[in-house]
Design a protein around this ligand. Structure first.
Ligand SMILES: Nc1ncnc2c1ncn2[C@@H]1O[C@H](COP(=O)(O)OP(=O)(O)OP(=O)(O)O)[C@@H](O)[C@H]1O
Ligand SMILES: [Mg+2]
Length: 539
């Protein structure tokens, strides 16, 4: 008979775990799955932090990344920035406590949100090499360096070897660590591609990369203008879930539910409270918001959906910008043709603003550039951060794949030199996982991406048909020219006229008929002029 156990015996094994312990066992949830991906994740976490910090401080970011191979699947990584630095007293918490940071619950568009990224790198270094990371930082007030490890059981930092540096000897943050179970690879998922795409979506930054081979790559800054600082906004009632409402209520300092709603959420006024009172007569709007019941919160969320709201504030969004993206695409991809579209902000789930930017680059350096094959590629971004993984679960892939490319002159997307660039910006990008590598497939977002891409594709269609027509004319011209000599000789014999004279006249006639072949009119700029004109080519 099988062994049996009672509840007491089973519960002898009952244990509590810290969040750090959880992620130590489930590191794939944070992007540490596969050696190439794990390395890209580390670079992604450090670089996004540097960019967020520099932009918040109003500094044009200079980022440098150095990767040295120090053993089998072991690398020494250094990421440095010229940002505001981390105050000495906060260094441990910022880089080693999971779920700690300055960006949590801020309701503004930033790359980081959860306070997990940097601490997850420290944890990964510990798990794979048993070594702490090293930080040097200067904040203007002080400069220091120290080692930072993590006590996994308590999710607390272990700061050692703290020493003060000469003030001004270091600006910003420089983090250095040894990481194992990672691999540097020059692939679509590697660090080089990640940084190239980061440069594409952030033309105001300068990035330098030193690869393990010693090779140095530089992605220079293309504009001196920092993106407009996004505004911190209050959430819109239509973008809330019951759980959000209850969470907000717990932190409220208001005495009454009505003033909590007015103070916390955008577009809620006394008039709207009156309207809500008629729709939800059972709810006491004078009650203490901290004591709101789940049922009342559910009722409120239902009532929000029954009244008309002014749409959410849109100036919380920070985009790449049409002009900036155009310059970056030209400099980095160097295509023969490009078209960039910046759409107007829209909302999903009724109350969450987002904006889509799309671009198409064709020919030249666009598309997948394999050794022998060329093919289409989709460059996905969310809040200007490149998304390199989980492409099949992403709203961007879904939308781009659903465009009927044949209508735009692209017979097989996977065999043409085409890059489709899509950036989705929102205060609350709905990622499909904690790793933030795919935008979840919200219908409104897919539709908006599709419209943006189709808009850009109209310009492409004109360009492609223009090129094809030119190539056809050129081939006809060449065929005819092959017979000119023979024909001139025959005509000369028949008519007695000089062969050279006949040949030169025929040459002139044919050149005139195929003059488009000699015009250098393939420049993308000219075709782009009227590329915005809709042609009724909706899918
Ligand atoms: N290079 C840096 N310069 C200044 N502050 C930094 C830097 N790197 C990290 N920080 C601080 O450390 C905090 C924690 O970083 P971490 O990456 O863990 O979380 P986050 O960026 O807030 O959110 P996410 O988990 O989404 O990345 C940040 O919120 C920021 O305050
Ligand atoms: Mg971060």
């Amino acid at each position: 008979m099988a062994e049996t156990k009672d509840a007491d015996a089973i519960f002898k094994n009952f244990k509590e775990h810290s969040i750090a312990e959880f992620f130590k066992k489930n590191r794939q949830m944070l992007g540490y799955a596969g050696k190439v991906r794990s390395l890209t994740t580390i670079i992604h976490e450090y670089v996004t932090n540097s960019l967020d910090a520099c932009e918040e401080a109003g500094i044009l970011p200079d980022i440098s990344v150095e990767i040295k191979e120090v053993g089998e699947e072991k690398y020494q990584i250094t990421v440095s920035d010229n940002g505001p630095g981390i105050p000495k007293a906060m260094a441990g918490k910022a880089l080693a406590t999971i779920l700690a940071g300055t960006k949590f619950n801020r309701h503004m568009q930033q790359r980081g949100q959860q306070g997990i990224g940097a601490a997850s790198c420290t944890l990964y270094a510990l798990i794979t090499t048993n070594k702490p990371i090293h930080i040097k930082s200067g904040t203007g007030k002080d400069a220091y360096e120290c080692d930072i490890g993590v006590d996994v059981k308590s999710n607390k930092p272990i700061v050692t070897n703290m020493s003060t540096l000469e003030k001004g000897s270091i600006v910003g943050v420089s983090i250095n660590g040894e990481f194992g179970e990672i691999k540097y690879e020059n692939s679509d998922h590697g660090v080089y591609e990640y940084l190239k795409r980061t440069a594409l979506s952030n033309p105001h930054i300068s990035i330098k990369l030193k690869e393990p081979t010693g090779n140095e790559v530089s992605f220079p800054r293309h504009t001196q203008v920092l993106p407009k600082r996004p505004k911190q906004i209050k959430p819109h009632p239509l973008g809330l879930t019951t759980n959000d409402l209850v969470d907000f209520a717990q932190y409220s300092t208001s005495n009454k539910l009505s003033s909590f709603l007015i103070d916390t959420f955008s577009r809620v006024t006394y008039n709207k409270i009156d309207e809500l009172k008629t729709i939800a007569p059972n709810i006491n709007f004078d009650s203490d918001p901290k004591k709101i019941s789940w049922a009342d919160a559910e009722e409120l969320i239902r009532s929000f959906k029954k009244i008309k709201w002014i749409s959410p504030e849109m100036d919380a969004l920070s985009i790449i910008g049409e002009e900036q993206l155009k310059v970056a695409v030209k400099n980095i991809l160097d295509p023969e043709f490009s078209q960039i579209i910046e759409r107007k902000p829209k909302v999903f789930r009724g109350g969450v603003p987002f904006v889509v930017e799309a671009g198409i680059a064709f020919g030249g350096g666009a598309g997948k550039q394999g050794k022998e094959v060329v093919g289409g590629n989709i460059l996905r971004f969310a809040n200007k951060v490149p998304l390199l993984f989980d492409s099949t679960n992403c709203a961007i892939t879904e939308a781009v794949r659903n465009v009927q490319w044949k209508r735009y002159g692209i017979n097989n997307f996977d065999e043409e030199p085409i890059s489709v660039i899509v950036n989705v910006s929102s205060v609350y990008v709905p990622y499909s996982g904690v790793g933030k590598q795919a935008v979840s497939q919200e219908e409104e977002i897919i539709e908006e991406i599709k419209l943006a891409v189709q808009d850009a594709a109209r310009g492409l269609q004109k360009y492609v048909s223009h090129i094809r027509n030119r190539n056809m004319q050129e081939s006809k011209y060449k065929t005819i020219m092959r017979y000119i000599n023979q024909l001139s000789g025959d005509l000369s014999e028949l008519t007695g006229a000089k062969k050279e004279k006949i040949e030169s006249s025929l040459n002139a006639i044919i050149k005139n008929k195929y003059k488009s072949v000699f015009d250098d009119d393939t420049k993308s700029e000219e075709v782009q002029e009227d590329a915005n004109t809709p042609e009724g080519l909706e899918d």
